[in-house]
Design a protein around this ligand. Sequence first.
Ligand code: ADP
Length: 175
Amino acid sequence: MADTKIEVQQGDITKIEVDAVVNAANSSLLGGGGVDGAIHRAGGPAILEECKQIRARQGGCDTGEAVITTGGNLPAQYVIHTVGPVWSGGNSRGPELLANCYNNSLRIASEKQLQSIAFPNISTGIYGYPKPKAAQVAVQAVKDYIKNNVTSLQRVIFVCFDAENLKLYERLLHE
Ligand code: ADP
């Protein structure tokens, strides 16, 4: 097993130099606001082209699932698009679906033999998932994945856009 390091940094995920950045997409795969809009803007039309091809093949992407495209003009080689759950007041499947986003993204990256991946704070923007709860699920999911799977990944980076998330992740990772 690779000695995978989990890191946290504050910043803009479109600028991170990793093998794959993860996009908090929506199920249409046709782009949206937040980090999704930023990735498509910075990465250019090649990403949307591949998303449309995937959509034609499999009709979008379900919540918790993930698909991979080129990184287009991004420093990252690939974008892994995953669809987080919309917060709906703590229904029982929320944590499971959010954990699936991390697991499925890590699995796809491992299948491609990638060494580094960067995640945004999935579902904590427009989709309204409370940041402390989302951070807990995210960190636990990544730790469990690394423990239970063989992976090529050497670095998993949580890229926090805001100071609140940065603080939450730093606390959880130093426990
Ligand atoms: P969701 O619909 O899954 O909630 P959002 O894009 O609205 O997706 O938000 C997810 C997280 O991504 C939020 O914490 C938001 O602050 C963050 N975010 C927005 N833009 C960027 C960016 N350029 N780089 C990294 N994170 C970003």
